[in-house]
Design a protein around this ligand. Sequence first.
Ligand code: ARG
Length: 491
Amino acid sequence: QLEQDSVVEEISAGPGVIHFKVNRKLLIFLLNIHTCDCLTESFNVFSCFSSPNIAKKFHAGHLRSTIIGNFIANLKQSLGHDVIRMNYLGDWGMQFGLLGAGFSQFGCQEKLKQNPLQHLFEVYVQVNKEAEHNEDMKQAARDFFRQLEQHEGEAVSLWQQFREITVVEYQRVYKRLGVHFDVYSGESFHQDRAQEEVQQLQNQGLLKTSKGTGVVDLSPAGDMSSVCTVLRSDGTTLYITRDLAAAIDRKEKYHFNEMIYVTDKSQANHFSQLFQILLSAGHSWADSCQHVPFGLVRGMKTRSGEVVFLEDVLDEARSRMLHNMSRSTTTKELENPEDTAEKVGISALIVQDFKGPLQSDYSFDWERMLQAQGDTGVFLQYTHARLCRNEEAQAAIFDPSLLLEQTSVSILQHLLRYDEVLFQSVQDLQPKHLVNFLLKLSHLIASAHRELPVKGSHQDVAQARLRLFSAACSVLANGMRILGITPVDKM
Ligand code: ARG
């Protein structure tokens, strides 16, 4: 009973199957409307990511959190949401007692200004070593931290200096990565509020005592078989207490509809406890908070050994990429090869990280991630740069029947899936859908470059192909930007 029409050109039946052949020309008209409008409602999204700890090592987990959080924020923004990007620094706790006390002995203002992250880290390592056997050092650290908690002048101003210098340094490095934050917050901001929230828990009858510490009972039976400590026996707050205060404060300030925390999976329990406590304390919006966990990276090393600073990884990516590029003739035409190598090197890091499910651990592999052939960020950049070499299509309108070869049709069909892929990505916040979509697109484009020559083709055919290449280029560039990659025009 089915009849063919302008959409379905042909219908045929075989044993157990019915084939529908869709009019391929329609694909080309659809090509002009590939913007995503799957949103019905715009949300305020709050994204908390990167969040390194001052004076401690910036580890692979912080790199992952930085690029994943950036991807999620870009994705949400591209779908029309308002996003607030927050960096919640580990800027409070006994480590500052040690750092403050150690600085007077091992620190040097000159070095601090020249190379702040390096110097603070060195002091931190030295003072930790010293404190292992030196009771006076330990006492000095406790004293310094107490002064901080009591807002005493000198300690606070030293701490502030550490913090400010660190933030400036981080900002410089984030800029290289193409990442920015709307707000730099930190655990230190929520000291006082954390105490108030503990008081609030007490008023609500939710604060219990267990072995001298303040706890919240999270066991379903209410028999204290599973508790979460929110107050130490000396009355100081913990990481979770500060997160509790921070969440409430953000809800009040930013009225978010959704809050996303990006950290490694070892903190899954921390966030599940945090959300449970918020809910028991009557903050029903905690249901709109979620933790995006990711797995470990094994073996992230640079030539000089273990990675201490994010910048070392970026430097290594750039220098390795520059070395690989030096073999190519087109590198000589680049105005700023370092800059190109940096952007391409960073894409390699990102694609390696985003290819699989975020929850999985993976092994860091410089050689593999920087391969020009194969499923890498370098390949995406190469494809983009090659597309940029095409001249602009002159004709806006062309004959659809000129793009009916299988390769063209495959590209068109693939491009039309872009919205769907973004939609799928925003459902589970996994970048792998988009990465794999762009890699597949790049492979299709590679075939198209072989099979659909522009030079030497009849003018109308050439124009139609240029139109196809330019549509592919804009989807590729758009997708790369969402991943946090800056597409290069030449390499
Ligand atoms: N500073 C923490 C760490 O390095 C991560 C903070 C994550 N964000 C949060 N709101 N707890 O492990």
